[in-house]
Structures are given as structure tokens and as C-alpha cells.
Design a protein around this ligand. Structure first.
Ligand SMILES: [Zn+2]
Length: 429
């Protein structure tokens, strides 16, 4: 009886379970069907890409050199390869050259950026050519530069992507390398998602970030570009707040970005501060550190491609062009954009320096400019200096006056002592 009574309910239960499994398998099927796999007909694997770059460097030893930096902690190790472009015309002329540091592949899933690194290096080696720039212009531009290229900052994260985790952007142990720097590190917004933005246990906890920090501090570049994908934009500091630097720094960065937007982005790239334009604040980013701490005069984050129509799970499609024509277009447009930067960047800095020198006609003006610049860069912390500007001017004048007096006293003592010094024989003792 009990068995007979339970028959219909068992049937209902079985039916429900089968419908559930059918629908969930259909769901799984539909998700899998909409996820685009990495197109290895267009893209290199990380191993092939680094091998090809190594071969390129070996074929052009007069222009390209490569170093690999290794670091690690708590059982996690990472290595970062750095390719240097420098045409040595004279010995030891590296320090007089204009220095540019470019990083690609900081986020694992943004494969197109590492392809761009290879394209730029191929053009620098002159194995590939830019249709928009003749060789004479290219050579005169490049003779003044030393360019360091990090083709794949996050090799471990990239390997996870290649292993099937197509949405992974973090490093090999789940830390976002663009949140692991010390400027405004660790602050979390309301929509904080550790899968996307885990900043690590402390600033510079990650070997990759440590390597990049040392590289940037020792190289002291004039231009830094952190190359990403997910949208099309040309960002300047700051990422952690809705403001840009003021006056001269803003002017030099903005005019360079506007030129790049006009020439290579058909004016549709977004320009502005990362924090003000992207729709969220990012804390502990590389570009904010480069600008504030390394004092790189022109520090940028470029976003070179994004497919807004792709579903949020379809990361290869969202962050990378999937067909040959868009792939080639992105690489041609953006390699040309970088060569525009190589050409215009040094002029930009010279021009603005000369304008700045024209403007500095008095100590008072210099002091005003210097103090205003400091105040703007550090916000409220320096306001006290603005209040005391008048006093600072007076103290500075007094300081100069006392310096002159001291020098006078010192010189008069020396001349006295020279006169009274006994004449000694020039014969060695
Ligand atoms: Zn990114």
C-alpha cells in the first residue's frame, strides 16, 4: 500500500530531477557554446611568444638585448623578461638618451597586448615596417631613445589562462598585479571583487611587482605605458581618485594623448584620468606609483581593445580581437601609436621644459610654482605651505643673504691664511 501510494510521488520526483539535469546540462552547454576559445591560429602561446622574442633579440644584437629577472617568496616564484632597445652610437651615452618603459600582459587574459609587444619589437629590429613612417624618420627618432619592453609581465597568470581559465587576470597565486603597488594600496570600493582585484597581503608582496619596481626605479623612465585591453582608452594619472595632475604635467600628457587619439584612434579613445573615466577607482596601481613615486613625467595606461558586446564569461572575446582583420588592425594601429609616442614624447618634454624656463623670471615666481606644484600633487597635506608662502619667501631671502655673508667670511679667511702661510721647500721629505 505504502509502495503503491508512493509511486506517483516517486514519478514526480524522478521527473523533476530529470528536468533539472536536462535544463542544467542545456545551461552548461549554452555557456560552453558561447565561450570563445583562444584562437591559436592568430595568437602565440606564451612559450612561443617568448621564444620568438628571444630569437629576434639574437638576430639583432646591435639593437636589442634581453635580461630575465627572477624573484620569489613563500614558495612562489616568478620571472620577468625585459628587452632593451638601444642603438649604441657612442660608448656610455645611455644616460643622455630619452628613456621609455613599456609593460604588456600585466593581466593574463589580455593576450592581444603581448602580441603588440612582439610587433613593436619586430619594428624596432626593422624586420617589420610601419607604412606610416619612413626609415630615415624612424632612425633619427630611435637614435635618441632607449626603450625597455616587458613583453609579458604576468607569465604565471598567462599560463593559467592558457590552461583554460580564460577570465584570469591575476598572477599565479591570485593577486592582481595592478593593485599590488604602494600608492593608496589596499583600499576597497563597495563593488570590490577579490576574483578581479585582490591587492595581495601587502604592497609589493608579489615577485612580479618587486621586479617591476626595481626596474622602474633604476631605469627612471621619462615615459611609462602600462598596456591593457578591455576597452579603448588613453589614461593618465590618477587611477585612485577622480583628478588629474595640474598645469604643466597635465598639459604635456594631455597633448600627447590627444595627438595619439587623433592619429591612431579615430578620436574615439577615451582620454582622462583612470579614476575619472573608467567608472571605478583603482587603488595600488602601477601608473599611480610611476607618477607619484618614480616621478615619471609622462605615465600612462593604454587600453587597446575591448568588445563590449561579449558576455562577461566570454573573456577571450571580451579582451581580444578574435578575427584576423580586427587582430591585424589593432596591431597596426597601436604599433603606429607607439611610434608616434617615440617621435613626439621627447619633443613634448623639451617644449614644456623651455616654456617652464621662460616663465621662471624671479625667485618668488619659482618658489610659488614649486610650492603650488607640491601642494597640488599631495593634496591637503601641503596646504600648510600655501598659508606660510609669504614667510617662506622671507626665510629664503634671509637664507641667501646669510649664505653670501658666510661665503665672504670664508674667502677672506682663506686669503689671510694664504698670506701668512710659511714658505716651505719644494723638496720631498
Ligand atoms: Zn588589464
Amino acid at each position: 500500500m505504502a509502495d503503491l501510494l508512493s509511486l506517483p510521488s516517486t514519478f514526480v520526483l524522478l521527473f523533476t530531477i530529470s528536468v533539472y539535469f536536462a535544463s542544467s546540462s542545456q545551461y552548461l552547454f549554452s555557456v560552453n557554446a558561447s565561450v570563445t576559445p583562444i584562437n591559436y591560429n592568430l595568437y602565440h602561446s606564451s612559450g612561443n611568444l617568448m621564444e620568438e622574442i628571444g630569437d629576434l633579440v639574437r638576430r639583432h644584437p646591435a639593437k636589442l638585448t634581453m635580461e630575465t629577472f627572477k624573484s620569489g617568496n613563500k614558495g612562489y616564484g616568478a620571472e620577468v623578461a625585459v628587452v632593451t632597445y638601444c642603438k649604441r652610437e657612442r660608448e656610455n651615452d645611455e644616460r643622455s638618451k630619452f628613456r621609455i618603459l613599456l609593460s604588456f600582459g600585466q593581466h593574463g587574459r589580455e593576450l592581444i597586448t603581448t602580441e603588440l609587444a612582439l610587433r613593436i619589437l619586430s619594428i624596432l629590429s626593422e624586420e617589420q615596417h610601419l607604412p606610416s613612417m619612413d626609415l630615415a624618420t624612424l632612425n633619427s627618432t630611435l637614435g635618441k631613445l632607449i626603450i625597455k619592453v616587458v613583453p609579458m609581465e604576468n607569465l604565471n597568470g598567462r599560463k593559467l589562462v592558457e590552461g583554460g581559465d580564460l577570465c584570469e587576470r591575476r598572477n599565479g597565486r591570485g593577486v592582481d598585479l595592478n593593485r599590488n603597488w604602494s600608492v593608496d594600496w589596499g583600499k576597497k570600493e563597495k563593488d570590490y571583487d577579490p576574483y578581479e582585484e585582490n591587492p595581495g597581503l601587502a604592497p609589493f608582496s608579489e615577485p612580479e611587482t618587486q621586479i617591476m619596481q626595481k626596474l622602474a626605479m633604476s631605469f627612471a623612465p621619462h615615459i611609462w605605458v602600462n598596456v591593457h585591453s578591455g576597452m579603448e582608452a588613453l589614461f593618465m594619472p590618477y587611477d585612485h581618485k577622480n583628478t588629474t595632475p595640474d598645469e604643466l604635467p597635465l598639459q604635456r600628457m594631455k597633448s600627447l594623448l590627444e595627438e595619439v587619439n587623433l592619429l591612431h584612434c579615430q578620436k574615439h579613445c577615451m582620454i582622462g584620468s583612470g579614476g575619472g573615466s573608467v567608472g571605478y577607482f583603482a587603488h595600488g596601481t602601477a601608473t599611480d606609483f610611476m607618477y607619484d613615486m618614480v616621478r615619471v613625467p609622462m605615465a600612462f595606461t593604454f587600453e587597446i581593445y575591448g568588445d563590449g558586446t561579449a558576455s562577461s564569461k566570454d573573456c577571450f572575446k571580451m579582451f581580444n580581437p578574435t578575427d584576423p582583420s580586427s587582430y591585424n588592425r589593432v596591431l597596426s594601429d597601436w604599433s603606429a601609436a607607439f611610434f608616434t609616442i617615440f617621435k613626439l614624447g621627447p619633443h613634448q618634454l623639451d617644449e614644456i621644459h623651455s616654456k617652464a624656463l621662460d616663465r621662471l623670471v624671479s625667485i618668488d615666481e619659482y618658489l610659488d610654482g614649486y610650492l603650488m606644484d607640491r601642494r597640488n600633487r599631495y593634496g591637503k597635506k601641503m596646504e600648510v605651505i600655501e598659508l606660510g608662502m609669504q614667510e617662506v619667501r622671507i626665510y629664503f631671502r634671509l637664507f641667501l643673504l646669510s649664505l653670501v655673508l658666510l661665503m665672504f667670511m670664508f674667502c677672506s679667511r682663506i686669503s689671510k691664511s694664504k698670506c701668512t702661510r710659511p714658505i716651505v721647500s719644494a723638496i720631498p721629505l
